[in-house]
Design a protein around this ligand. Structure first.
Ligand SMILES: CC(C)(COP(=O)(O)OP(=O)(O)OC[C@H]1O[C@@H](n2cnc3c(N)ncnc32)[C@H](O)[C@@H]1OP(=O)(O)O)[C@@H](O)C(=O)NCCC(=O)NCCS
Length: 229
C-alpha cells in the first residue's frame, strides 16, 4: 500500500524492521489502568469518552466515536478532498481498513447552517476521523482530519487524546507521524500537543508534477505525560 501522505513507517520500529519476526507486545502499565475503565475493551474503539477532557461543546453535540467502514468511504472522501490539496483516495482508506488499522470517525450534531453536507442516517455529521497503524510498541498516525466547517473547535486535540489513550492501552510507548513542512496548522497542533520534531524526510510528499515536499517527522512519548496543554 502506498499512501500519498504517509509512508508505512516514519521510522523503523525499535528492535528491527516490520519485515522481521513478530515480537510479543510488551505489557505497558497503562494497559491495566485502561482495562478498568468503564466501557473499555482493550483494542476496541470507541475510547471511553468520560475519561477524556472533552471540548466544551462535546455534550451539546452528542459526539461519539464510530469505527470507519467501507460504507462510510463516500462521506470520508468528501471531507478528505475538501480538507487537503493532496487527499488520500478512497483506495487508501480501503487498504487501511483491509489491513485492520484502527480507523475511527468522530461524529456529532452540527449547528444550523454550519455544515454544507447532509447529515448521516443517524442525524449526526462527520466531524473528523483518524487512521493509525500499530507497531511493536508504537503507533503511527497516518491520517488526522477535521471537517473544515468544524475546525478550531478542539476536535483534533480530542481525537489525539483518544488516540493516545487507545495507544497506551495497546502498550504503545510512543506516537509517530509525518506532516508536510508547509502544513503550519497541523505542525502547530502537534507541537502544542507535545509532539517534538525528530527528523525530516526530504522530498517525501508529492507537491506538483515536478516538485516534492519534505516531511517533518514528529514523535510523542506516551510513557510520561500525555502532552495535552
Ligand atoms: C490540522 C487540523 C487537524 C486541526 O484540527 P482542529 O480540530 O481545527 O484543531 P483543534 O481545534 O483541536 O486545535 C488545537 C490546536 O491546534 C492549533 N491549530 C489548529 N488549527 C490551527 C490553525 N489553522 N492555525 C494555527 N494553529 C492551529 C492551535 O494551537 C489549536 O489550539 P487553539 O485553538 O487553542 O489555538 C485541521 O486543520 C485539519 O483537518 N486540517 C486539514 C488536514 C490536515 O492537515 N491534517 C493533518 C495532517 S498531518
Amino acid at each position: 500500500m502506498k499512501h500519498p501522505r504517509a509512508g508505512l513507517c516514519p521510522s523503523a520500529p525499535p528492535g528491527g524492521d516490520a519485515s522481521g519476526p513478530a515480537k510479543p507486545v510488551p505489557r505497558h502499565p497503562s494497559m491495566d489502568a485502561a482495562a478498568t475503565l468503564p466501557g473499555w475493551t482493550a483494542g476496541l474503539w470507541p475510547a471511553p469518552m468520560d475519561t477524556l477532557p472533552v471540548p466544551l461543546e462535546a455534550e451539546a453535540r452528542a459526539i461519539a466515536f464510530m469505527p470507519m467502514t467501507e460504507a462510510d468511504l463516500d462521506a470520508v472522501h468528501a471531507v478528505e478532498t475538501s480538507a487537503y490539496g493532496h487527499p488520500w483516495s478512497p483506495r487508501h482508506f480501503r487498504d487501511s481498513l483491509q489491513a485492520g488499522y484502527p480507523a475511527v470517525m468522530l461524529i456529532g450534531e452540527a449547528h444550523v447552517g454550519e455544515s454544507p453536507w447532509p447529515p448521516r442516517p443517524d442525524g449526526r455529521w462527520l466531524l473528523g476521523y483518524l487512521v493509525a497503524m500499530p507497531g511493536v510498541d508504537e503507533v503511527h498516525l497516518l491520517n488526522l482530519t477535521v471537517n473544515p466547517p468544524h475546525q478550531r473547535q478542539g476536535w483534533a486535540r480530542f481525537m489525539l487524546d483518544a488516540l493516545a489513550l487507545w495507544s497506551r492501552g495497546q502498550g504503545a510507548r510512543s506516537l509517530w507521524l509525518e506532516v508536510r513542512q508547509s502544513n503550519a496548522p497541523a505542525r502547530r497542533l502537534y507541537e502544542r500537543y507535545g509532539f517534538r520534531e525528530v527528523g525530516v524526510r526530504r522530498g517525501y510528499y508529492p507537491l506538483s508534477a515536478l516538485q516534492r515536499e519534505d516531511a517533518v517527522v514528529m514523535q510523542l512519548g506516551l510513557d510520561g505525560t500525555q502532552g495535552t496543554e
